[in-house]
Design a protein. Structure first.
Ligand SMILES: Cc1ncc(COP(=O)(O)O)c(C=O)c1O
Length: 381
């Protein structure tokens, strides 16, 4: 008999991408680039394959890659981590999140989740027999109301999950948010899952506030990253988790009987590639230009841009174009205007009244312009 611990609903990404394919729509829905990774990185992967890195990697990952990650954590966040015992390379960020939650949660535990939330969080909590306690991000800036967090904490609360830069709202946490978080987790002795997969993609001169910068939070945290998101290679499904030694030991115990290890030659390539800091520091500027291009296209079609401070998404309010609910509007837009986007309501546990769609601007400039033209033709005529 199947366990049926989670609702077996198809994710909204599958639904909308399928619809976009059926109607030859330009897919600005699912979060992946339509351009290739840097040629240097591709060459390094080929080199690693030719150099014989074709068998199992060490369970925790190729050590020089873990060393490059430790070096990055030190230079960006002044956080000294032990590459041998505090980093694990994982098959993507999603896997790292699942493994971290499975490491910590027992049936009956409660986990604070901010909504809208990336769609793997709640199934990961439920599958472990724990209970999500939802707190909505405040509209329209999608910030956290920390008093609501204090009020939601019970004797069963085990963990708080944060995500910055945030998918789907593109909000980012600032240093005062991290101070509030620190006060709460220390007072109640809670774990933190910090999803930082869009780490370097942050705009308008803002700085990413990683949990790695805050030793008082990091001591009970799992911090999750994704190479796929950062280096335009989502299909390689390679990410990593950083956690203090005692937590990482438990995480590794689960990982070794699940994936055991991940794609070896990609790790070898990334170890060299990420040593060049520019590969990372150039991303803000690269994506900010794409954000601004998409925004000018969509505002020309009658959408209202909500602020996008990070990630490769932006929400656009469509109230002046239609009073449909967001799922119907997104489907009709895909079918009739030929542009796919993601409705926001599936990121909530309850019905939401946000009249906005999430658009992904990790696309070639010509794709963004072509989508803009289609939307202008459809909504302006
Ligand atoms: C907020 C967030 N966390 C985690 C992930 C998963 O990353 P990966 O593709 O490395 O599993 C995604 C992917 O869309 C995401 O948006």
């Amino acid at each position: 008999m199947l366990k049926g611990k989670i609702p077996g609903k198809e994710t909204i990404f599958t639904t909308m991408s399928q619809l976009a394919r059926e109607h030859q729509a330009i897919n600005l829905g699912q979060g992946f680039p339509d351009y290739d990774p840097d040629q240097t990185l591709i060459n390094l992967v080929n080199e690693a394959m030719n150099n014989g890195y074709n068998q199992y990697a060490p369970a925790m990952g190729y050590l020089p890659l873990r060393e490059s990650i430790a070096q990055k954590s030190k230079s960006l966040y002044h956080c000294e981590i032990d590459p041998q015992q505090e980093v694990c390379i994982t098959p993507g960020g999603t896997y790292a999140i699942y493994t971290a939650l499975t490491t910590v949660l027992h049936p009956g535990d409660e986990v604070i989740v901010f909504e809208p939330a990336y769609d793997s969080y709640v199934p990961d909590i439920l599958i472990n027999g724990a209970k999500p306690v939802f707190i909505p991000l405040s509209y329209p800036d999608f910030s956290i109301d920390w008093d609501r967090v204090r009020n939601a904490i019970s004797g069963k609360t085990k963990m708080i999950m944060i995500n910055s830069p945030h998918n789907p709202t593109s909000s980012v946490l600032n240093s005062s948010d991290l101070k509030e978080l620190s006060e709460i987790v220390n007072r109640h002795d809670l774990y933190v899952l910090s999803d930082e997969v869009y780490e370097p993609i942050i705009f308008d001169g803002m700085k990413h506030e990683s949990v790695l910068k805050y030793p008082e939070i990091f001591k009970k945290s799992f911090v999750v990253f994704s190479f796929g998101k950062v280096y335009h290679c989502t299909g390689w499904k390679t990410g990593y988790c950083i956690a203090p030694k005692s937590l990482m030991k438990e995480f590794a115990a689960i990982h070794q009987f699940n994936a055991f290890c991940c794609f070896h030659l990609v790790q070898v390539a990334l170890a060299t590639f990420m040593k060049n800091e520019k590969t990372f520091s150039s991303l803000s500027n690269f994506y900010q230009k794409k954000r601004d291009l998409l925004s000018s296209q969509l505002t020309g079609a009658g959408f209202k841009a909500l602020p996008s401070h990070g990630s490769f998404f932006q929400l656009f309010d469509y109230s002046s174009l239609s009073d449909e609910d967001d799922l119907s509007f997104a489907k009709n837009m895909t079918i009739h205007a030929g542009v796919g986007a993601i409705p926001v309501s599936p990121f909530y546990s309850q019905k939401s009244n946000v009249h906005a769609l999430r658009f992904c601007f990790a696309k070639k400039d010509e794709t963004l312009v072509a989508a803009g033209e289609r939307l202008k033709n459809y909504f302006r005529n």
